[in-house]
Design a protein. Structure first.
Length: 119
């Protein structure tokens, strides 16, 4: 009698190998996603900093993130948010300086201080 197929031991070995490979790969993918979110947050803040610098060049005064949208400098400024925290960016205006910090209090991804010179 000629039986074709896999034995139970062979199938169990394949399942164990797949489990080991998955346990190695899943944490790597998670860390890559976190790195991408951090890079996206820094990119958002850099875009806001550039828009703020353009607004300052036109009006000689800094403004809030919400006013950047209405001024035509950056139409989607009021929609940008930190990908890890899901919180929108807020410019901190004091005297004639400004700061755009990362809104994620747990893990700050940086901030823009008085233009792009801080980057």
């Amino acid at each position: 009698m000629n039986r074709k197929g896999f034995t139970l031991i062979e199938l169990m070995i394949v399942v164990v190998i797949i489990g080991v490979l998955a346990s190695i790969a899943i944490p790597k993918f998670t860390s890559i996603k976190e790195q991408a979110n951090e890079a996206a947050c820094r990119c958002n803040m850099r875009s806001l900093g550039s828009a703020e610098a353009l607004y300052y060049a036109q009006h000689s005064v800094f403004t809030s993130v919400g006013n950047l949208s209405g001024s035509g400098v950056m139409g989607n400024a009021h929609l940008l948010e930190c990908p890890t925290a899901g919180i929108r960016y807020v410019a901190v205006l004091e005297d004639n300086t400004y700061r755009i910090p990362c809104p994620d209090g747990a893990v700050a991804h940086g901030s823009i201080d008085d233009g792009l010179t801080s980057w």
